[in-house]
Write a protein that binds this ligand. Sequence first.
Ligand SMILES: [Zn+2]
Length: 373
Amino acid sequence: MGDWRMVCEACGHAEPLDAAAWRCPVCGGAFTLRGPDRLDPGAIDPAAPGLWRYHATLPVPLAAATSLGEGMTPLVPGTLLGRPVRFKLDALLPTGSFKDRGAAVLVAHLRRLGRRRIIVDSSGNAAAAMAGYSAAAGLDCAVYAPASASPGKLVQSRAYGATVVPVTGSREAVARAAQEAAAADPGAVYASHNWHPVFVEGVKTWLLEVWEQLGQRLPAACFIPTGGGSALVGAARACAALAGPPPALVAAQPAACAPLAAVAPGGTDVPTVTPGTTIAEGTRIAAPARPRQMLAAVRETGGWVEAVPEEEIVAALRELWQQGLYVEPTAAVGAAAFRQAVRRGQAIPEGEVVVLLTGSGLKATDTIATLLG
Ligand SMILES: [Zn+2]
């Protein structure tokens, strides 16, 4: 672990990779990992399962991996509004969402540190991913969730054997309860998918795969559903791992909750917004943990923020379903952003356009049934 360190995005404070801190103890900022993060194509290990083929640029050695076969999801051609795009099918990962990439690597890391009990706060795909990988790795998992969360969303975590702990109060109160439970138990760890930098390192593999699937070339633009920001910041980490100009990274957010779209031109502060109602629940994050990295990912790649209204998300969903791509509403936010960009005449860089599809429609049966009438 000696080659890797966690560096605060806000103040630059650094901690070793095996430190217990999950965010900067000086200023409270989010950590990014720094280390041997350039990918030498010769170091790709095709014999390793799934995303572990990139273990040379991951902070966990292959020998410590527990794999459910996550990674190397299909990159398939399709269309949106008649324009050719490629869809990255991360809805096909083992627990049904892209979060498996982060969970696989983070759970392996925490087990390597000797932790026996994983404590998370989520009621959605991250909880399912962390619970699934905890089960595979033989670790206990506790999911702290808002008491108001629908029981259906937690069934998958319970099936994996996780203990679900309902917490009354705000989303912040849920996070605090999880953090306090972890602090009170020496074998436990608060394993936040939003805060822990090792999670983001796992997620970066989605764009490493795209690069390989395009013949070791990066695409011209990527449209990415963006809530907590791990898919977006992970894409920027993949670009840092590879040589060559990065694709324009487009942060797609529901207009009902689009903090990145609320940043003043040239500004660096991401304001906390009051979230409205959106069908894309996974992107309803009013105050993301790593706002600076998200803004940098967009600005340093020539990308932009696309805030899409609800009707555009639903239209994109229908266009995806009609091509055989059964995704949940949150997963359609990137496709909705592409459609909106085309219709308003936004200049999209020439070349391959990749749209990330983050989660399976099987996650949202009730919502989809309602949409179908
Ligand atoms: Zn700091």
